[in-house]
Design a protein around this ligand. Structure first.
Ligand SMILES: [Zn+2]
Length: 425
């Protein structure tokens, strides 16, 4: 009797030519594949074949597992481990795939409450993933990617299922990792609190485990921006993943055309997905909020407005809901309507910097620069690091001929910028 070893089985598998249809899935569904060198592409092809052959795949919610699903999931998972030799998430046995987002029935939670999830990486257990998100996030050039995210969690769980960071054998790297990651995490939390725009997705501020998953997404999806604004963090990840995504070839015209087509399809499908979520949970304001933002982005203002109206009906005391609606009506020139919403937001939260800043901008457009300045000042008092408010107040001062005040605000903007840069180093 002859039993082949794992190594022999892998060699046998790789001796077969790579299926032509699979190449099509890679080109269509995995945007990053286009940017890889031909050497990296071959390595990824080999890795995903081994991954596909050695995992148990199961469709959930009536989903039938196809080759397209396997190739699209496996390619995105394996590009994380492309820098390693012969590692294919060996400790993972099962991949469960749902057609879209799904309701988890966590027994530890009250029976009436189920979470709407897109994916999970169970410690010592399977990865669960939404096919819809896997496909669309793989195709576009977005800032988030579900497969990269869940499999990054899997990497963190390699030796210790409760660990927030992946295993790091090198003591020097580990020491630097702990120091830099802690500082970067603090910085992100602070930026999120102050509503500053960030390269790293705000979801990373949830906890250190999510932080690692989210910076992994940024490392592969926006390597240039991450390297520029978070150089040390980028360096650590490059060392650990043994990859340098920022050094991959820049996007060309064909890539951009592909990305833009995928993006339009993605938005259309995301709107559909929100509609499904709304049918499942018609009282959840977040789904309306998400759909409204996308509808507004597509220029479908009336539908977006209808969704924002629903958000306000469902979350009458949420000042953000009024600011969201005001943001849309401002772009429509419906300034009186926007003012009414911003007044409500401020009544609900008298320290709400966002609402004061927006209300200042409306008064500036109405030509009432004094009132604009009063509102920007209130925004600054509520949030002393609100760069946008200083910038807007400087413009209002300048328009009134108060050059000294304008200059003082510009100096504040400069100072805040310098401080932010220093923190990011
Ligand atoms: Zn996560």
């Amino acid at each position: 009797m002859f039993f082949s070893t794992k190594k022999e089985r892998r060699e046998e598998l790789l001796a077969e030519p790579f299926p032509e249809t699979w190449l099509g899935y890679l080109r269509e569904n995995v945007f990053l594949y286009r940017l890889f060198s031909s050497e990296e592409q071959s390595k990824l092809q080999a890795a995903l074949r081994i991954f596909i052959a050695e995992k148990y795949w199961e469709g959930c919610g009536k989903l039938e597992i196809t080759d397209e699903i396997k190739v699209t999931v496996a390619a995105q998972a394996c590009l994380l481990v492309l820098g390693f030799d012969n590692y294919y998430f060996d400790d993972l046995r099962t991949v469960l795939v749902y057609p879209g987002g799904y309701l988890s029935a966590d027994p530890s939670e009250a029976a009436s409450h189920a979470n709407y999830l897109l994916g999970e990486a169970h410690p010592k257990g399977p990865v669960v993933i939404s096919w819809w998100h896997t496909r669309w996030e793989g195709r576009r050039l977005g800032k988030r990617n579900l497969v990269l995210h869940e499999f990054a969690h899997k990497l963190a769980q390699i030796d210790d299922p409760n660990s927030e960071i992946p295993p790091i054998a090198n003591a020097d790297l580990r020491a630097r990792w702990e120091k830099v990651m802690a500082a970067e995490y603090e910085q992100l939390c602070d930026d999120v609190d102050r509503e500053r725009s960030t390269v790293i997705d705000p979801y990373g501020a949830t906890n250190l485990a999510e932080f690692f998953a989210v910076v992994t997404e940024a490392f592969f999806l926006q390597p240039g921006a991450l390297q520029k604004r978070h150089g040390q963090l980028y360096g650590l990840l490059a060392e650990w993943f043994r990859q340098d995504p920022a050094a991959r070839r820049p996007l060309d015209q064909a890539d951009l055309a592909h990305a833009s087509a995928a993006e339009s399809e993605y938005i259309a499908h995301t709107i559909e997905e929100y509609s499904v979520a709304i049918r499942l949970r018609p009282d959840d304001p977040d789904a309306y909020r998400g759909r409204a933002a996308l509808l507004a982005e597509q220029g479908d203002v009336e539908k977006a407005l209808a969704d924002y109206n629903t958000v306000i009906r469902l979350a009458r005391d949420d000042p953000d809901a009024y600011c969201d609606r005001a943001e849309l009506t401002i772009t429509q020139g419906r300034l009186e309507q926007a003012l009414a919403d911003l007044d409500t937001a401020i009544r609900l939260d008298p320290d709400f910097a966002r609402a004061y800043r927006q209300r200042g901008a409306v008064y500036a457009r109405l030509g009432d620069l004094r009132k604009a300045i009063t509102n920007f000042t209130r925004a600054i008092r509520a949030d002393p690091e609100n760069m946008e408010a200083y910038r807007a107040r400087a413009q209002a001062h300048a328009a009134l001929g108060d050059d000294e005040d304008a200059e003082r605000d510009r100096a504040s903007v400069k100072k805040l910028k310098a401080a932010a840069r220093k923190k990011q180093k």
